[in-house]
Write a protein that binds this ligand. Structure first.
Ligand SMILES: CC(C)(COP(=O)(O)OP(=O)(O)OC[C@H]1O[C@@H](n2cnc3c(N)ncnc32)[C@H](O)[C@@H]1OP(=O)(O)O)[C@@H](O)C(=O)NCCC(=O)NCCS
Length: 217
């Protein structure tokens, strides 16, 4: 009998979650992956929110997870609002497209709402999120602080409808993912896992297009 459960991540899950993340992201956005290193490092970053790190287990094996860091929005008067940004979010390849990603998002949003959060913003492939109520950052007047642009991959979910109404915002991300710029550290960490072939996949070009384009009008 198959038993599916969702619960918070604990310390003894760390390696299994890193293995799952590596498996799910491998070759999807680049040849190889660095998301498992991001997961490994983010847990000790001050912006990490352990109360929102959920795993899905099937018969005791972790097959999906979601993790969050804090992020911020700054309005025209320079006032900052703390928001959420999830990622990595992943489901083991064998179990994808069976609504487990949806369950992870919906459950964590529910808990986040109770914690007082009203907005989540993250970078992603719109196809994975628009059916979950995410909209283009342009529609919520959220631009990217670095260049004032409205990146196509910057997606906004209001946990409380109308939370962003009536203002213009600039998005400020956590520095948690900066660790992945250290490619030597990424490679060293990756070498502690079984060897896997790095190769080109069409999804890499798809995400290149999304992540290098903006919504203009
Ligand atoms: C992205 C990911 C987490 C989604 O989880 P999932 O359990 O596979 O997704 P769900 O079944 O909940 O479906 C999510 C949405 O994806 C889209 N989707 C589902 N099946 C699809 C398919 N065959 N083709 C294209 N899009 C599809 C739909 O919009 C779907 O929502 P809908 O079913 O309400 O229409 C998972 O596929 C994954 O781990 N991918 C690799 C890692 C990754 O890219 N993570 C996200 C970083 S941006």
């Amino acid at each position: 009998m198959n038993k599916l459960t969702m619960r918070l991540e604990t310390e003894k899950d760390y390696r299994a979650v890193e293995e799952l993340t590596r498996e799910a992201f491998w070759n999807v956005y680049k040849p190889g992956a660095d998301e498992h290193y991001f997961v490994h490092m983010m847990r000790s970053h001050p912006d990490f929110i352990p109360e929102l790190a959920f795993v899905i287990e099937l018969d005791g094996k972790i097959i999906g997870n979601i993790m969050y860091t804090k992020a911020w929005l700054e309005d025209e008067n320079g006032e900052r609002k703390e928001i959420l940004s999830f990622g990595p979010l992943c489901v083991a390849p064998k179990y994808q497209r069976q609504k487990l990603g949806k369950r992870l998002i919906e459950h964590s949003f529910e808990v986040a709402r109770k914690m007082g959060y009203d907005v989540n913003i993250n970078f992603g492939n719109p196809g994975n999120y628009v059916s979950r109520g995410f909209v283009s950052c342009k529609k919520k007047n959220v631009s990217f602080i670095v260049d004032g642009n409205f990146p196509t991959a910057l997606l906004v979910a209001e946990l409380v409808p109308g939370a962003l109404d009536g203002k213009k915002w600039m998005y400020i991300s956590s520095t948690a993912a900066d660790c992945c710029e250290d490619t030597t550290a990424v490679e060293a960490f990756d070498s502690t896992f079984p060897t896997k072939e790095k190769k080109w996949m069409p999804s890499q070009e798809e995400f290149y297009i999304y992540s290098h384009s903006s919504v203009v009008r």
